[in-house]
Write a protein that binds this ligand. Structure first.
Ligand code: ACO
Length: 363
């Protein structure tokens, strides 16, 4: 009794909690494999619909093609749009991150569509409506024939995107669609392990994503870049923040001991998108100084750039409002969450760990 756990034990560091065919993170080598392929190759060769087909096929032993997924997501976006009058009232008075949670909690099965597609298809429709609602504008109807990335940008911005913008968002979606047993995926699997349905599991996953230690980091990354403002201010700003004991958003990772491979994939996507709207040289200077400052602060614990640093720059360059960054992350990760929920349900095994009681005992 009264056995205190270490910090690593409390965080379940390195504890395998599932067998999965969906993705693999090698934190020592800085590698991410999604559905049998390296993330860099997937981002340059596959569309979001293509990688989603791979994930869903892996989890459910189905034989979906990229075209099947594209068609079912198009139908699902249209159905979600028709349901907006039911979903949006629950978001009243909320910001975009919280409103998204409330609307997602209202999703339910749609006749004739797999739950996976209902969920992934609804996410950009809801996020687009919330972004427009915040500006006092009506939602933009989806185009079921467009790609998921193209339609997402159109619904968020109310104007047709350029092909290079669609390519950048598609590369982002592919890059972050799944990532081993991260906190939101674990949450999703815990809920799915009770045999609750996919809607409950994914709503819980989104809630876990919203925290700044997980998917809520990109908005603060931009706030940090804004607060630093200029090259001369990088050093004093970063040194002062670290002296106050603050964590710098977009750096450090529980698993990676080297640079997060997704950071480079996204950096390349930003370069292809062109420098317009993305102040890459300044962000690069900030990144370089923070990495060196973190090496000095924690010489024994490698703290490298993670995916969220370049996510912030990429989504900002696409003129997506920063308040919508976490829902946009969720749009991609929903492909992984739904696959993991199915994979977990198939095991039939309830996830139910134990705890170490350190409280008082009865006299
Ligand atoms: N800035 C400053 N110091 C940091 C940072 C950071 N970003 N990250 C970790 N540290 C420090 C910790 O304070 C700790 O210091 P201490 O030993 O003096 O107390 C030390 O490094 C070791 O940290 P760990 O406990 O090993 O880190 P952990 O595995 O718990 O953290 C995490 C991982 C949560 C991502 C952390 O690095 C962090 O808070 N980063 C900033 C937020 C962020 O970028 N989140 C997005 C993550 S990526 C994703 O989820 C999609």
């Amino acid at each position: 009794m009264n056995i205190h756990l270490t910090k690593s034990q409390i965080g379940l560091d390195g504890v395998p909690a599932a067998e999965t065919v969906l993705s693999h993170v090698d934190g020592e080598r800085g590698e991410l494999i999604i559905a049998g392929e390296h993330v860099g190759r997937l981002a340059s060769q596959s569309s979001f619909e293509g990688v989603t087909a791979r994930l869903w096929n892996g989890a459910s032993k189905s034989g979906l093609s990229e075209a099947n997924v594209r068609a079912s997501l198009g139908v699902a976006r249209e159905r979600a749009f028709a349901r907006l009058p039911d979903l949006l009232p629950a978001t009243h008075g909320m910001g975009i991150v919280d409103g998204f949670r409330a609307a997602v909690a209202g999703l339910r099965a749609e006749n004739g569509i797999e739950h996976e597609a209902t969920i992934v298809g609804a996410f950009p429709v809801i996020a687009g409506a919330l972004v427009r609602q915040a500006k006092g504008l009506p939602p933009v109807a989806p185009d079921p024939n467009a790609s998921h990335a193209a339609d997402t940008l159109r619904m968020l911005r109310g104007a047709a995107p350029e092909p290079r913008e669609v390519a950048a968002l598609d590369a982002y979606f592919v890059t972050v669609c799944d990532h081993g047993m991260n906190a939101s995926t674990f949450t999703t699997r815990v809920v799915a392990s009770t045999q609750a349905d996919l809607f409950a599991a994914v709503t819980a996953g989104y809630c876990a994503l919203t925290g700044p230690l997980h998917g809520g980091a990109p908005e603060p990354v931009l706030e940090m870049l804004d607060a630093i403002g200029s090259s001369e201010r990088i050093r004093p700003w970063v040194d002062a923040a670290l002296a106050r004991g603050e964590r710098l958003m977009g750096f450090g990772h529980r698993v990676y001991r080297v640079r997060d491979p997704r950071a480079d994939v996204l950096k390349a996507a930003i370069e292809r998108l062109s420098a317009e709207g993305a102040d890459l040289p300044f962000a690069g200077e900030v990144e370089a100084y923070i990495r060196s400052a973190l090496r000095r602060k924690n010489p024994d614990r490698p703290l490298e750039t993670n995916v969220e640093f370049f996510t912030a720059i990429l989504l900002d360059a696409l003129a997506i409002p920063r308040q919508a960054f976490t829902p946009v992350f969720a749009m991609a990760r929903a492909a992984g969450w739904t696959a993991h929920a199915r994979e977990q349900q198939r095991t039939g095994r309830l996830i139910r760990p134990s705890s170490s009681y350190v409280g008082a005992m009865p006299e």
